[in-house]
Design a protein around this ligand. Structure first.
Ligand code: NAP
Ligand code: GDD
Length: 346
């Protein structure tokens, strides 16, 4: 058969049904990853927490009516503290790919609730890994696992940081992520699981939680511009972060699970900026002039220990995954500032 005809027939064949399960589906990254996977034709299942108020704002636009034929997005109640439910969901959904994006993800808060942070951010990953191990053994099916590891694990290690840089965490959150990262590697080495760590540097978007510094700044600016607030209270302005754009980072997560072999990858932009630079540029972008008129330092936002500088060395991801960031720092600031200003107007 001629090559071209063979290709046409192949393209017409229905795509193999791909099923993904996302822990942390309602978070910033969970929502972008769900969009990406649905676009790629996946059936996407997500675990959500029961809350007394709605916690699905970031995925509401993706909801599909329960009785709709051909539905591709499904939700289940559960919690990373609850191994039984994690197991039940995995056995029910039979996923090809599992993404663990769930965590108590706030560094400052982790100093206030260290034990809870370890239980969810650290042990939560172990609960999923154990469930996958049993599921694979009992059903003979293969599952690929992505663990949301973090540049916070590097702590005070000298930048630029890559896959071989030692972890010297500076927070209960960082220490819990190191535990989860090590467990992911161990299950790969000891049991042959297809388990990978995406070591992601800070990534932001209009869907970023309101208490992380970038969103706190852009939301604060929108409120000042609208006359609702007079001041913005911040902590350490000298810390340096490698800030990228979240949707692009979610593409890298997916790419890691499409490789022939499981491995760990650092994802970031390779550029670093101080919190002060983010503040300065954001106020300028909003047309508010000198930020010093509006920003006050409040020591309650200082941390007992700080990660002073993060810069990603992403050579491996660029070479193997063919991934590279597109959105520049100043464009990220622009996207976030105007989204908050326009939303408040609405
Ligand atoms: P996020 O917006 O804070 O989302 C965290 C998700 O975890 C939410 O869906 C949250 O549910 C869920 N969650 C929290 N506690 C849980 C529990 N006990 N059981 C089940 N689910 C729980 O975080 P993100 O920015 O999307 O980040 C995604 C992951 O990447 C996190 O693990 C984070 O630590 C890690 N990470 C993030 C960055 C970054 O710069 N964004 C960088 C490196 C690594 P609710 O919506 O109900 O709260
Ligand atoms: N949150 C916050 N609020 N941070 C402030 C403030 C403030 O008012 N003022 C200054 N900062 C400084 C913090 O001290 C820190 O040095 C920096 O801003 C960034 O803080 P966050 O935005 O809270 O992010 P993070 O770097 O601590 O943690 C984020 O990135 C990690 C990856 O490196 C989170 O998304 C983690 O989940 C993620 O793993």
């Amino acid at each position: 058969m001629p090559k071209a005809r063979k290709l046409i027939i192949l393209l017409r064949l229905p795509m193999k049904k791909r099923v993904a399960l996302i822990f942390g589906v309602t978070g910033q990254d969970g929502s972008y990853l769900t969009e990406l996977l649905l676009k790629k034709g996946y059936f996407v299942h997500g675990m959500i927490r029961r809350a007394s108020t709605f916690n699905t704002a970031r995925v509401n636009h993706l909801f599909q009516e329960i009785h709709k034929k051909g539905r591709k997005f499904f939700m289940y109640y559960g919690d990373l503290a609850d191994a039984g439910t994690i197991r039940k969901i995995i056995y029910k959904v039979k996923p090809h790919e599992i993404y663990n994006l769930a965590a108590q993800s706030h560094v400052k808060v982790s100093f206030e609730i260290p034990e809870y942070t370890m239980d969810i951010t650290g042990n939560g990953a172990l609960r999923i890994l154990e469930a996958i191990r049993d599921f694979q053994l009992e059903t003979g099916r293969k599952v690929k696992f992505y663990q949301a590891s973090s540049s916070e694990m590097f702590g005070v290690s000298k930048p630029p940081q890559n896959e071989n840089t030692p972890f010297i965490p500076q927070s209960p959150y960082g220490a819990a992520k190191v535990f989860a990262c090590n467990m992911t590697k161990l299950y790969r080495d000891a049991y042959g699981l297809f388990a990978v760590n995406g070591i992601l540097f800070n990534h932001e978007s209009p869907r970023r939680g309101e208490t992380f510094v970038t969103r706190k700044i852009t939301r604060g600016i929108a409120r000042i511009k609208a006359g609702l607030d007079k001041k913005l209270y911040l902590g350490n302005l000298d810390a340096k972060r490698d800030w990228g754009y979240a949707p692009e980072f979610c593409e890298a997560m997916w790419l890691m699970l499409q490789q022939p072999k499981p491995d760990d990858y650092v994802i970031g932009t390779g550029e670093t900026h101080t919190v002060k630079e983010f503040v300065e540029l954001s106020f300028k972008e909003a047309g508010l002039g000198n930020w010093k008129k509006y920003v006050e330092i409040d020591p309650q936002y200082y941390r007992p220990a700080e990660v002073n500088i993060l810069i990603a060395d992403t050579k491996k991801a660029r070479r193997v995954l063919k991934w590279k960031p597109k959105t520049k720092f100043k464009d990220l600031v622009k996207i976030m500032v105007w989204d908050d200003i326009n939303n408040l107007k609405k």
